[in-house]
Structure formats: C-alpha cells, structure tokens
Write a protein of this length. Structure first.
Lengths: 570, 122
C-alpha cells in the first residue's frame, strides 16, 4: 500500500482528488520527501522511471537516486538546502535507476511549508530526458563528426590545391622539368617526407628511368634504370598498384636507384594515363614510418595529376616540335620561293634583251649589203639558240615550281583558236623547213592560263619541228568535239617513238631520241602534261599508221563553273 | 607615215638593254618612244608628255610597278593603257593585281610585243 499524498491546506475531498491526479501521472515521477530527504510518497510515473515500487522505496533517503560520486560530494543534501533556502532547486543531471542504469533527468525540488512557515518537506518532480538527451548527444556527435570531416576535407583540399597550383602553372607554360622539380618539393613538404622520386617508363616500356628526384643524391640524369617488374619501383609499375615498403633495411627488393640515401620507409604509386602506366612516383623517409591509407590515397591523387601533367607536357612538347618543323619547312619554302623569283628575274631579263636584239637583227638582215649577207646564218643561229635557251629556262623554272608544289594557274576566258594562231605564227618563223598548217573551225572560248597553254603548244611544236624531217608538214587542229570540251592536236610526220618507249613519253627527264643532240632536258612533255592535268584536261600521244605522231590535248572549256576562273592552287 | 606616228609609248624598265632594245624596235616601227628606268622617273616624264601606252616592268629598284600604277591611277591626267612586262612566273596574275590592261611575259618575242601594243593602241 502506498501512503496517501496529503497536501497541507487542502480539505479532505479535494485532497483526495489531487492524490488521484498525482498518482496517475505516468510521465513524471512526483513524490514527497520529509525535511531530511526521506521518501514519503510514490506515484506511477516514479515507479516507471526509477524502477522501484512504492513498498521498496518509501522511507529510503532520496540520495539513492544519485550516482555514488555525487552522494559522496553531498550533492543531495546541498540540493535540499538550496531548495529550503530559495524555495526550489532545478537541474538536469544523471540519476540512477533501480537496475543501476543511468538516466538523464530533469529534477525540480520544491520546498513545502506549513501555515506557520515551518518546513514540512519537499515535493520532487523528476522527468526522464534520456531520449531527449540522447538525441541532443547524437546531434552533437554528428555535428562534431561533420566538423572533423569538414576540417579533414579542408586540409585535403588545401593540399590538393597546392599540388593543383603547381600543375596548373605547368599546364600554362613551364617545361616538364620545372614542373617536376616544383611538384617534388611540394610533395616533400606536404607529406613530410625526406625524398620524392619520379621514374618514367622508357619508350620500349622495359625499364624505368629516374626523371626527377628531390632529397636523393645524384640520381637524375645519371641514368640508373630499374627493370619493369623488378625491385620496388619496378613492381609498383608492373603490378599497377601502390606498394608500401615499411622497412627497406629488411627488404630484399631494394632498387639500384634508391642507393645510399639512408631511407627506410617507402610508399610508391603508379603514374597512369588512360589505363597506361607511364611511370612511378615514390616517397621515402629516413626514419621508420608506416604510411597510412590516407597517405596512399593522397599520393595516388597527386600521382594522377602528375601523370596528366607529364602527358600534357609531352603533348605540348611534340606539338612544339611539330610546329618548329613546320616553321622550318615554311621558311625553307619561302626562301625557295624568293630564290625562284630572283632566279626567274635574273635569268629572263638578259634573255629578253638578247631575244629582242636577235630579232631586230633578223628583221633587218635583208637590208644588209650583199657582201654582209653571209651574216644571215650567224644571226639566225643566235635567234634560234636564244629561243632554245628561253624555252629551257622556262622549263627549268616551271619544273622547280612543280616540285616545290608552288605551281598555280591564272585562268581567263580566251579564244583558243586565236591563241593557237599566235603560237603557230611565232613558231613558223623559226622553221623554214616545215609548213605548219592550222585547221580550226571558228572561235572556241575556254577558261585557261594563257601563258601555260602557249607553253604547251610551244613545247609540242618545238618537238614536231625538232624531229620532223625537212619539208614535212605539221598539222595543228583546234576543235570542239563537245560543247564543254576543246581539243587541240599537233601532228608531225617524224620518226615517232619506239613502241616500248611510248609509256615513258610523259615522264620527267625522258629522252625519246637521246642519241641525238637535239633533245632538250626531257621536261617539255612532262610539264605540258602537268599543265593540262591542272586544267582538268588530258594529253595523249597517238601513232597513226601512216607515220609520225599526234599529241591530242583535251581541255574542259571551264565556262560552266565560274569557280574555275579563280586562281587554282596546287 | 602611218597612224603609229601619233602614238607615244612610254617604256619603263630598270634594265637598260631591254629598255634600249624595245625603244629601238618600236622606233623602227614608227612609234614615238620615251624611256624611264623606274616609276619615279616615269611620273616626271608623264607630266611633260602624256603617252598613249605604257610598257611597265614590275620589279624595279626605286619605285616598282605596283607603286607606279598606284600613283599613276591617282593622277588627274587621262589614263593610258598599261601593259605589264614581267619576268615573274605568273605574269598574268601580276597584271591582274595592278589592274593592267595587258601583259607580256619575259622573254617575249618581238612579234608578240608588237601585237599586244597594237591591241591597246587601237
């Protein structure tokens, strides 16, 4: 049985109601203490929270609920004193259940006085806040963890940023060597290690060569090579994973490049780009240091960046090399162009006046007195040879341009019949031994490089004159077999070309009749063919049954396409 | 004697023998010929007697064919046709660039020269 709660000052009936209320409250332990702290009443909430039944607890001192340590310090008595002096005491703190477990309690002790003001006891209300406390505690723990994680991430980020700064600077401009030097120093500092080494795989991929080192004596440039798959660095590369070497003094697999540097603990990670191992990065300390997973992780991140930077630097390097090559080639081409231009000018200028001079002489030779008529032959010879020399110079220059890929056409619309007549008239003056006959049926306009087409016709007629026997005809024909096509042909009655040699006719330096000193450089037909091809045309040699040969040039008129009028570049 | 008598031709070339040969030939043909060794000299000559045709070399030391045509086009004086004589590989392209009326590639034949002159002096 539980003693009834009686509140002084309340009359019987209402006191009974109040007692019922207090007793039935389950969430709060509500009970009375006598002035010395002995428990006088007990309710349902107290039983639930503290675990004692009313029979067990009534009459016991309330210090039973306090941790032993606090009891020793006299805290329960202190609380009662404060409550008696000030009317109440409130706190949150640990309390002990019957089974010895703790719970976090909100405790309110209120002093009770009678009408005369004499202390008659205390009302104690206790609430179990363990859950709330736990939630708060969890929250604080979480917060703390978050803060720690954040701090760690910050530190990590800081280190990465330092590495990144270096690699980004590298990506911007510096050379691979500068980059590696800067990176290695940075890693030494960040990881608090004594040595850092970067080894790169050789081109054959069979050995690793020390490319850069910090804190290592005389390793770089001396070429110590570590075979792939062997030793510490060699294994990191071949196994494509980080390897820890905690005590090098105990290791059998020490590499030659680690040498006499007095290093004890090593951590190595592979440098990988797109799944390919391009080298190894390792760090080492003089004192024993068991590297942690975080160290491995960090070094691998750094290694990835270094690998990328190396790859980038290599790309930049090869791009630069390629650019220099192009620049050199362009400079050479430009010099060649300039030389060609100067050579053309220097060769053609004297030829021009010599040609004019010889032609003036030719024109006036008839007016020489009879005793000087014998000069006619030397004068004609000069004229003929100057013409030959001019053709050779033009061919040589064209040849060089063709070989340099600097051959371009300048096309305009021109009547091919008129163009042919001009060339034929000029060529007829050079030969009294042949009759050049033109067959043409009206103006045939085409878009061509006139100088080049004149060159083609001159070459073909030169050949015909050169090899055609005296008093034979040379037949030139201009026709338009189709609306968009012009056909030019030059027919001679000379010896032709032996069947086995015909396939070589348009080849460079080919001489059909090399026993004869008549032959030129073997460039005329080659260049003529190139000119015709660049016009989108064709040139073939035919060998009619009645002897001699016929060159047939077919050219597109080029009128349908306005674009053909632009300067065409080879 | 004929219509050529009235035709005045200005030959501009820095090569003396070309200049002289062309002049000799054209005078034989009945043209009135004046010569200049570069663009600057030519501009001075033009001021005195405007020609009916200009034979112009491109590559000259003091004022070349490009500079000359540029300056010539700016003159108020009546413009004579310009025929470019050049040793360059792409004579036609050169002529097009300075908007010349005709061109002739060095080394040229005398007949070819006379023909191009006749074309442009009507």
């Amino acid at each position: 049985m539980q003693e009834q709660v009686r509140v002084p000052g309340l009359r019987g009936e209402r006191n009974d109601l109040f007692r019922l209320l207090v007793e039935s409250v389950k969430d709060y332990a509500i009970f009375l203490l006598d002035p010395n702290g002995y428990i006088q009443t007990w309710n349902e909430g107290a039983k639930r929270i503290k675990g004692y039944s009313a029979d067990e607890i009534i009459g016991k001192h309330f210090s039973i609920f306090y941790p032993a340590q606090e009891v020793r310090r006299g805290k329960p008595e202190y609380e009662l004193r404060v409550a008696a002096d000030e009317g109440r005491w409130e706190e949150e703190g640990w309390r002990i259940r019957k089974d010895g477990t703790r719970f976090w309690a909100n405790v309110l002790i209120t002093a009770l006085y009678d009408q005369e003001g004499v202390l008659i006891g205390f009302a104690k209300v206790t609430r179990d806040l363990t859950e709330r406390w736990q939630a708060e505690e969890d929250r604080l723990t979480l917060l703390e963890r978050e803060r720690a994680a954040h701090a760690e991430a910050e530190l990590w980020l800081e280190q990465l940023r330092a590495i990144q700064q270096v690699t980004e600077a590298a990506l911007a401009h510096i050379t691979l060597d500068d980059l590696l030097r800067a990176l290695l120093d940075q890693i030494c500092e960040l990881q608090a290690v004594d040595a850092v080494t970067v080894l790169l795989a050789s081109e054959e991929d069979d050995v690793l060569v020390v490319r850069a080192a910090s804190g290592m004596n005389g390793m770089v440039g001396q070429g110590p090579q570590v075979p792939m798959g062997r030793g510490f660095a060699g294994r990191v590369a071949s196994e494509r994973r980080p390897i820890l070497l905690e005590d090098a003094l105990q290791a059998e697999m020490l590499d030659v490049h680690l040498g006499d540097n007095d290093l004890q603990s090593f951590l190595g990670v592979p440098l990988m780009v797109a799944g390919r191992v391009i080298g190894v990065l390792h760090i080492g300390t003089r004192r024993y240091r068991p590297f942690l997973p975080a160290d491995v992780q960090f070094l691998q991140v750094v290694a990835d960046r270094i690998a990328l930077a190396i790859e980038h630097a290599r790309l930049v390097e090869s791009a630069r090399a390629a650019r220099i090559e192009v620049e050199v080639a362009e400079r050479m081409l430009q010099m060649q162009d300039e030389f060609l231009s100067v050579a053309a000018h220097e060769l053609k200028t004297p030829l021009t006046s010599a040609k004019l001079a010889s032609q003036i002489l030719c024109r006036n030779v008839d007016r020489l007195p009879p005793d000087l008529q014998r000069l006619r032959y030397p004068i004609d010879t000069i004229d003929l040879q100057v013409h030959k020399l001019s053709q050779l110079v033009i061919q040589l220059l064209e040849m060089v341009r063709l070989q340099a890929g600097r051959f371009s056409l300048t096309v305009i619309e021109v009547d091919m019949v008129a163009l042919t007549r001009t060339v034929v008239d000029l060529m007829q003056q050079r030969t009294a031994r042949h009759e050049i006959i033109i067959k043409a049926d009206g103006p045939h306009v085409a878009c061509v490089d006139t100088l080049r087409l004149e060159e083609v016709l001159t070459n073909l007629l030169d050949n015909a004159i050169k090899f055609g026997p005296e008093q034979t005809r040379i037949e030139v024909e201009v026709a338009r077999p189709a609306p968009e096509m012009i056909r030019l042909s030059v027919r001679d009655y000379g010896p032709g070309v032996a069947p086995e040699q015909r396939q070589h006719l348009f080849e460079r330096y080919f001489q059909a009749h090399n026993e004869s000193h008549q032959s030129g450089l073997g460039l005329g037909l080659y260049i003529s063919r190139q000119i015709v091809l660049q016009h989108g045309g064709q040139i073939v040699a035919e060998f009619p049954p009645d002897g001699g040969m016929r060159f047939v040039v077919t050219l597109p008129t080029g009128l349908a396409e306005p674009a053909a009028q632009d300067e065409a570049q080879v | 004697v004929n219509s050529k008598a009235a035709r005045r031709i200005l030959v501009i070339d820095d090569d003396a023998s070309i200049r002289d040969m062309v002049a000799l030939l054209l005078e034989d043909e009945g043209y009135q010929v004046s010569t200049a060794s570069d663009g600057q000299e030519a501009l001075a000559l033009l001021a005195q007697t405007p020609p009916d045709l200009i034979l112009l070399d491109m590559k000259m030391a003091r004022m070349d064919g490009w500079q000359f045509t540029e300056r010539y086009r700016q003159l108020d004086a009546a413009q004579a046709p310009v025929v470019v004589m050049t040793a360059a590989q792409n004579a036609e392209a050169r002529a097009t660039k300075v908007a010349a009326d005709g061109f002739i590639a060095k080394p040229f034949d005398l007949d070819a020269l006379l023909q191009v002159i006749a074309e442009h002096t009507g």
